[in-house]
Design a protein around this ligand. Structure first.
Ligand SMILES: Nc1ncnc2c1ncn2[C@@H]1O[C@H](COP(=O)(O)OP(=O)(O)OP(=O)(O)O)[C@@H](O)[C@H]1O
Ligand SMILES: [Mg+2]
Length: 224
């Protein structure tokens, strides 16, 4: 089963003055079950908009969005919230760790929002942090971690719910080249080990080497 199928998806933002911005024009994209796609394009081309719709943060203006067989195109807010908790992992450029929770608590907080309970979540957070090389940093607050370590905590958090699709929006842009490549290597290893699909948004052509396939986007239009 494909991880993601976008069919003729369009997103139009209507501004306060009534004017329209076409952020994504009729777009088609298929991401296979265990595929890692690089989504490459200039600023303002629609990358975050596409990821937000694939991840159920935004609804499309037109078109169909199917994630691991589930058609979310017509979902309302409540259904989208449940869908995100069950099926999607997000990793953002700005990392977005909760500053007053330590590394492990930043993972287990997911469980309070979602499906896993108590002990199971504790164990899973321990396992993930171990795999990500942070077994001895679990108690550190985000401010006591390096940039790369923070990004790894964010990756661990995105994997807590066993997502069907992980969306990385410029995961390496705040890191230097070497660290960025290390984080990409880690992303690739972790996704392939789990057989989980991912979309990695990037400006950086070097990052595309860690992906199975690149898709380019210009002015809201996808071109493979
Ligand atoms: N909430 C919004 N309301 C109106 N227009 C928006 C909104 N969000 C994005 N846009 C516009 O839609 C277009 C696509 O934006 P998007 O954030 O998807 O681009 P992007 O490719 O992620 O850019 P960047 O690389 O700078 O993050 C841009 O022209 C942007 O100004
Ligand atoms: Mg963006």
């Amino acid at each position: 089963m494909n991880a993601l199928e976008l069919t003729d998806v369009r997103k139009v933002y209507t501004m306060g003055d009534g004017s329209d911005v076409v952020a994504l024009d009729r777009s088609n994209l298929t991401v296979a079950e265990d595929e890692i796609i690089a989504l490459v394009g200039p600023s303002g081309s629609g990358k975050t908009t596409l990821c937000s719709m694939a991840g159920g943060i935004l609804s499309p203006t037109e078109g169909r969005i199917v994630v691991a067989g589930e058609d979310i195109s017509d979902y309302g807010d409540k259904e989208l919230t449940k869908f995100r908790q069950e099926s999607i992992g997000f990793v953002f450029q700005s990392v977005n760790l909760v500053p007053f929770l330590n590394a492990k608590e930043n993972l287990t907080v997911v469980d309070e929002l979602g499906a896993r309970t108590g002990k199971e979540a504790q164990r899973r957070a321990d396992d993930l942090l171990g795999e990500l090389g942070l077994g001895d940093r679990k108690q550190n607050m985000p401010s006591q971690l390096s940039g790369g370590q923070r990004q790894r905590v964010a990756i661990g958090r995105a994997l807590m719910n066993d997502p069907k699709l992980v969306l990385f929006d410029e995961p390496t842009s705040s890191l230097d080249t070497e660290l960025g490549e290390q984080v990409m290597e880690l992303i690739r290893t972790e996704m392939k080990r789990r057989g989980t699909a991912a979309i990695v948004v990037t400006h950086d052509e070097r990052i595309t080497e860690f992906c199975d396939r690149s898709v380019h986007i210009v002015d809201g239009r996808l071109e493979s």
